[in-house]
Write a protein that binds this ligand. Structure first.
Ligand code: HEC
Length: 114
């Protein structure tokens, strides 16, 4: 009886861990089409406009938000914060168009390959 319960718990754990894992996998590869050309464009815009605060190639962001940790399932938040600014970060909507910001999103989500 006891060993049955233990096995039941383990089985549940496997289900839980497996479930969480597959959810995050789906997000990472989710519907977003990450066109390499778009990522490259975003990297270029980033190095010109964002790297002074967020660090070159998203490394070493000092006081600003570490973009490597931006939640991949919060694209609307990204678009909104970048377009309108947030606290110490200036708004970019006047300087960058929607396609530019889209490419920045692709770059941030794809991550920097060392
Ligand atoms: C003048 C310095 C500065 C520059 C330049 C800058 N940022 Fe920021 N950014 C910040 C700071 C500071 C924060 C943290 C804001 C806060 O949460 O108080 C931030 C936060 C963010 C966030 C997180 C917002 C959120 O919803 O929490 C994103 C995304 C972001 N920046 C993207 C960018 C992108 C893309 C660029 C280039 C177009 C850029 N930033 C340029 C200073 C900067």
């Amino acid at each position: 009886m006891l060993s049955l319960q233990v096995r039941g718990v383990n089985f549940l754990k496997v289900l839980l861990v497996g479930g969480v894992f597959s959810v995050s996998t789906v997000f990472a590869q989710s519907g977003e089409k990450l066109d390499p050309a778009l990522i490259k464009k975003g990297a270029g815009i980033f190095s010109q406009n964002c790297s002074p605060c967020h660090g070159p190639r998203m490394q070493d962001p000092q006081g600003a938000f570490d973009l490597r940790t931006f939640p991949p399932d919060q694209k609307p938040r990204f678009l909104n914060s970048v377009t309108k600014g947030k606290n110490q970060m200036p708004p970019w909507g006047g300087l960058l168009n929607a396609d530019d910001i889209e490419s920045l999103w692709a770059y941030v989500i794809a991550g920097e390959k060392p």
